[in-house]
Write a protein that binds this ligand. Sequence first.
Ligand code: AMP
Ligand code: ZN
Length: 113
Amino acid sequence: MCLFCDIVAGKIPSDKVYENEYVLCFNDINPVTPVHVLVVPKKHFDNINELASDPEGALYSAEITKAIAEAAKIKGISEGFRTINNCGEDGGQSVMHVHFHVLGGTKFTEKIV
Ligand code: AMP
Ligand code: ZN
C-alpha cells in the first residue's frame, strides 16, 4: 500500500490543484509556506532514481516539469517559487512515492544552495 497511490486512486481525499493523465497536484496537508503543492506522478515510482531508470521515466519527468509550472501558475506564484525533491532516507523522504514540493507565496531568504 502506498499513500499517494491511494490519493491518486481517490481512495483518500486530497485538495486538488491540477490533474491530467499523468500527474496529480494537490495541496500539502502540512504546508510549510503559504503555497505548498505536491506534484505526484499517477504511476508509482519509489523515488527519483526509479523515475530515471524506468522506460516511461522520460515521459513522466517531462509531465512533472510541465505540471510544476502549471501548478505555480494556478497558484499565482509563477514569478518565483522553489521546487524540492527529497530522495531516500538520507534526503528526508517520508512518502516513498516520488513527488516534488512546489513552495511559494513568500520570499525565500535562507538558501541551502
Ligand atoms: P516528503 O517528506 O518529501 O516525503 O514529503 C511528504 C509530504 O507529504 C509531507 O510534506 C507531508 O505533509 C505530505 N503529506 C502526507 N500525507 C498527506 C496527505 N494525506 N495529503 C497531503 N499531503 C500529505
Ligand atoms: Zn505509490
